[in-house]
Design a protein around this ligand. Structure first.
Ligand SMILES: [Zn+2]
Length: 345
């Protein structure tokens, strides 16, 4: 058993607690509450920091990053959104072993796309990162195969600026096949009208907050009701101010205000993005109107409560006022295993 104490903790939206103890039994949280004595054979870590659930990054290309640094810097779970099937699903399975030196990896496998479409000729993408589907039956068969391999989501390319995209009929076939298997569909939507096409086909999520066009209010309202967006705001300018960033922030601001769910994702592998919690991404979420509660909810996988995965971090300071505090971690726990423990606690 592992117990951690901290003078402050964020457990879930609306629950900021003083003097918290968390007890973990194996990979699961068993107790969250007031400090109480622990059995003599338990491992006890008493910190002077700010405790919260560990981070989950919903959009990475993990082989383009550093899994060890990812884990050391507070990310205990990731979702890989496009990589060759023969490489990513084996790695995802390996990552399930609690001793794996990296985050838990869930994967989509290859991105489904139109013949010759994005990312089949993209520089960053090894052969097999895009899978061309030309007809509804082919697309449905591809979805079934990916589900069998363990796909956590199906990724579709609606990047009209870099090549052909699947037809509306093929898109619908992809969504129907995925939904029949209870697997969500996420889309890279780029270019005018592509978000509207995604909504029309029943796509569940956008893998990037839309940045090429300012969406109409009706589209925003419909998206807020039916979709989740993965943020990836920092890919636009990587800290600089760009028109694409302004457009993305404006879309996210209105989507969030309309009740839409935004989750944290960095697109690790797309430019100079650090492996680990990317605090620039969190600052941009705040700029898009998410308060500290909403930002931390976007960053984390589940409320810190009994039954939750024993994935925790302790930061030296509170990230409520400044997300940059998450650059300075004292403790990282994945599946009940202490993977970082700084001596200067
Ligand atoms: Zn990506």
């Amino acid at each position: 058993m592992l117990s951690i104490r901290a003078p402050f903790a964020w457990l879930c939206p609306g629950r900021l607690s003083p003097d918290v103890q968390v007890d973990c039994d194996g990979g699961t949280v068993e107790y969250v509450g007031r400090v109480h004595p622990v059995p003599s054979d338990a491992e006890l870590i008493v910190t002077n920091g700010f405790l919260l659930p560990a981070a989950a990054d919903r959009h990475v290309h993990i082989e383009l990053g550093d899994p060890v640094a990812m884990l050391q810097r507070g990310v205990t779970a990731v979702r890989d959104l496009a990589w060759p099937a023969d490489r990513i699903f084996a790695l995802a399975e390996t990552s399930e072993v609690p001793g794996f030196n990296g985050p838990l990896i869930r994967a989509a496998g290859p991105m489904l796309t139109g013949p010759g479409g994005y990312p089949t000729t993209a520089d960053w993408a090894p052969p097999g990162t895009g899978r061309e589907v030309s007809a509804s039956e082919v697309a449905a068969a591809a979805v079934a195969e990916l589900v069998t391999l363990g796909a956590a989501a199906i990724k579709v390319s609606l990047n009209a600026e870099e090549g052909p995209t699947p037809s509306d009929a093929v898109l619908t076939a992809i969504c129907d096949a995925a939904h029949a298997a209870d697997v969500p569909v996420t889309a890279h939507a780029e270019g005018e009208g592509q978000v509207e096409r995604a909504l029309g086909a029943g796509i569940d999520e956008l893998a990037h907050a839309p940045w090429t066009h300012r969406l109409g209010d009706d589209t925003i309202a419909m998206a807020a009701e039916r979709m989740r967006w993965v943020s990836t705001l920092a890919i636009h300018g990587h800290g600089g101010d760009t028109p694409a960033l302004r457009t993305a922030l404006d879309n996210v601001r209105r989507f969030h205000a309309a009740g839409g769910t935004v989750v944290y994702g960095t697109d690790l592998g797309n430019g100079p993005i650090p492996s680990g919690i990317h605090t620039l991404e969190l600052r941009l979420l705040r700029e898009a109107g998410l308060d500290a509660d909403a930002m931390l909810a976007a960053l984390t996988r589940a409320p810190l409560e009994p039954g939750a995965p024993a994935d925790l971090i302790v930061a030296a300071d509170s990230p409520v006022g400044d997300p940059g505090a998450l650059d300075d971690l004292l403790v990282v726990v994945r599946a009940g295993r202490v993977v970082l423990r700084r001596d200067d606690l």
